[in-house]
Structures are given as C-alpha cells and as structure tokens.
Design a protein around this ligand. Structure first.
Ligand code: ATP
Length: 373
C-alpha cells in the first residue's frame, strides 16, 4: 500500500531549480532513503513533504489525503534533525512530552507515550536529565523519541547521524532501523553517506541536481545502476573511456582503452564507436585464483601489471594496480598476512564480461540497461 505519493513536484529558489519533476511512491512501513551529494535537493524534498516549504508545482499525498494546502503542523509528520534540535532548557521527559502537550493529550496519555518512546530508544531512567548532561548519541535518541511519541504517519530524518562519531553512527543507524521496523512507521531518511543508505534502506532514491536518477533496493542501485552518476556515487568503481571495435558474436564486442584490450557486452552499443567502461573492484578476479575460468579457455580480459599501492581494510585489501598505464583498483580477501600483496609485485587480473557495465560517453546513460525501475 502506498503511504506517500509525490507527483510532478517542482520547487525553485529564485532561478535555481532545487526540485524538478520529482515522482515517488513510498510504501507503507518502508524505510526509504534520499541519497545524493550536497546541494542536490534532498533536504528541500524532505521539508516540502513536511510542509515547511511550499512546492511551485505538483502534488503530495500522505495516505489518500492530498496535503498541498495542509499546514506543516497538521500533516502529522515527525522530524529528526541533524543538530538534534532538542530544547536545552527542558528535561528529557519534557522534550518528549512537548508535541503531545501541544496536541492536548491527557496527562496519563502523555505519561504512557513518553515512557514508551523513551523505552524504545533505551533512555528509560534519563527522564529528569537536561540535554547538556547527555552525549550526542543520547541527545539524538531524545530527538528520535520526541518525533516518535506523537505517533506520526511518517518519520522524516534529515542526516540525523552526521554529528556523531563513526562508531556511534553505526550503532545508531541500526537502532533507528530497529525502532522503525518495530513500530511499522514509514520513514524517509536523507543522507549523503552511501554506505549508510545501503545498510539502512528498504529502497533508495538517488538524487542529483534536483532530479531523481534511480529508485531501487540497495542491491539494485549498486549492481544495476541506470547511469554513470549512480554507478560512481554508490561504492567504488573503475571507469575508463573505451573505443568500441568489431563485434565478436555471442553478444560480445572488442573494446580498446589505451593499451588495454577488452571484450565487453555488445547489447546497447549498436552504432556507437566509444563508451565508458566500468567494473567494480570486487568483481575483478586474480588469475591465479581463477582455475575454473582458465579451464573453460577464457583468456579475454586478462591483464597484467604491478601493484602500485595497498590499503589494508581488515578483511580485505584494496589494491591499486598499474596496468599498462591505467590504474585499476581491486579487492583481495586477505585472511592471512602473507596474502596482503607487496607494493611493486606483479599482479594478473581477469575482468569477467558480465562485470563490465557500459555507459554512453556523452550522456552517462547505461547502455543495454535491463533492470527494473
Ligand atoms: P546537503 O546535503 O548539503 O544538506 P541537500 O541535498 O539537502 O544538501 P538542499 O538543502 O535541498 O540540498 O538544497 C538544494 C539547492 O537549493 C542548493 O543549491 C541550495 O543552495 C538551494 N537552497 C536550499 N534552500 C534554500 C533557500 N531557503 N533559499 C535559497 N536556496 C536554497
């Protein structure tokens, strides 16, 4: 069931189009993330849904209700901000009770709801503290409890974790998701952190320059990007300009990038002589590890070069290899110390055809895109 529907939304600030033709269907109980670089329009979209901004064109439905003319305080949305926005002069209890008092709940109802909300965010026992005696993470929990206490039809999160340190961010994002799933409230979450978006979301909308680029489950966005912008925003990816040469049959085409030669999927490349080739570091195989492929006689896309640099990341090492003048990054699983390669050592890699994504050189649109939107 659709919880929030956005149709043809446009918003300008002077001449600047902050949102252009935004269309979204967000499902009941979904954890939906708006992901994009700074200034792409995420906050504007969130604030327009909340009713803090008025769109120039388009419609917003919360449930079945068209809310274009409904003021923010009557939309029944709960907002969690980046800077916590807790009232410094109020105790934790008073902060969480605030929205309930404004809505004129009885004292008993307020007490029940505040206690339940504080329990959900693990702050039982902190009722009488003031925010200056809480850590950043605890203050953000108060912000979350306050937003949840009013039982909103949607929870709106505007980069709620960006002021927290890395470890706390990871803990808090799991807590936020757990509480949201437990209560079944639809959530819209704004972030520019692609890892956070992949971990926390049911679905992600990637935004650039006020336009939605792609909507999909994290896996879909990562593995099946519709354009080069999405491919490079989410995760690491190798990219290089290629010249497209002759068809090799069986859905393959030869391609050349400087001194490197590849076979790439031909689907969508008809009539084109150039493109951008992209492949993920984890899809690259080292030839020595690839016994099965060699047995099949596959020798296309095998490249040799030298290890340029190595970053140890715990369970994997990120290797930058210099291969005939081109830098290629790849991941190697390193369970033992002697599996971490040495700078300057030789490396032989294999890029499977089906890991090769091709994009139009001018528009960045994916060639042969076969995914669902
Ligand atoms: P960030 O991640 O940095 O918060 P964002 O994706 O949330 O960025 P928005 O805050 O929505 O981006 O801004 C979108 C564009 O609209 C930006 O170019 C911004 O400068 C502009 N903008 C936002 N709010 C206003 C405003 N009140 N008046 C004028 N321009 C604005």
């Amino acid at each position: 069931m659709t919880s929030i529907r956005i149709v043809g939304l446009q918003k300008k600030f002077g001449d600047l189009a902050a949102l252009s033709d935004v269309n979204l269907d967000i499902r009941e109980g979904e954890f939906f993330t708006l992901l994009g670089p700074s200034g792409c329009g995420k906050t504007t979209l969130l604030r327009t849904i909340a009713g803090f901004y008025r769109q120039d064109h388009g419609d917003i439905y919360l449930g079945n209700e068209l809310v274009n003319n409904v003021p923010a305080y009557k939309r029944n949305t709960g907002m969690v901000f980046q800077n916590y926005a807790v009232f410094p002069h109020m105790t934790v209890y008073e902060n969480v009770a605030y929205g309930l008092k404004v809505r004129k709940f009885s004292k008993k109802e307020i007490d029940d709801k505040v206690k339940a909300a504080l329990k959900n965010v693990h702050l039982t026992g902190y009722e009488d503290r003031t925010p200056d005696k809480l850590s950043g993470g605890q203050q953000q929990r108060v912000g979350l409890a306050r937003a949840m206490a009013i039982e909103p039809r949607v929870l709106l999160f505007d980069e709620p974790l960006s002021n927290l340190d890395a470890k706390l961010r990871v803990e808090m994002r799991e807590e936020i998701r757990d509480v949201q799933k437990k209560l079944g409230i639809t959530a819209i979450y704004v972030t520019h952190d692609q890892e956070e978006a992949l971990v926390i979301s049911d679905r992600i909308a990637v935004v650039n320059l006020g336009r939605i680029q792609q909507v999909g489950a994290p896996w879909e966005i990562y593995k099946n990007p519709v354009n080069l912008f999405v491919a490079t925003l989410v995760g690491k990816i190798n990219t290089m300009e290629i010249e497209l040469k002759e068809n090799l049959g069986k859905g393959l085409r030869r391609a050349v990038a400087g001194q490197l030669s590849f076979t790439v999927p031909s689907h969508g490349t008809e009539g084109k002589s150039e493109a951008i080739l992209a492949f993920r570091p984890e899809d690259i195989q080292e030839v020595s590890q690839r016994k099965a492929g060699q047995e099949k006689g596959e020798n296309e896309n095998q490249l040799s070069g030298l290890v340029d640099s190595v970053s140890f990341l715990g369970s994997t090492a990120s290797i930058t290899a210099r291969i005939q003048g081109t830098s290629i990054i790849l991941d190697r699983h390193c369970p033992k110390e002697d599996e971490i390669p040495l700078t300057g050592s030789s490396i032989h890699i294999f890029v499977p055809n089906d890991a090769c994504l091709l994009f139009d050189k001018q528009t960045g649109v994916r060639l042969g895109y076969g995914g669902k939107q």
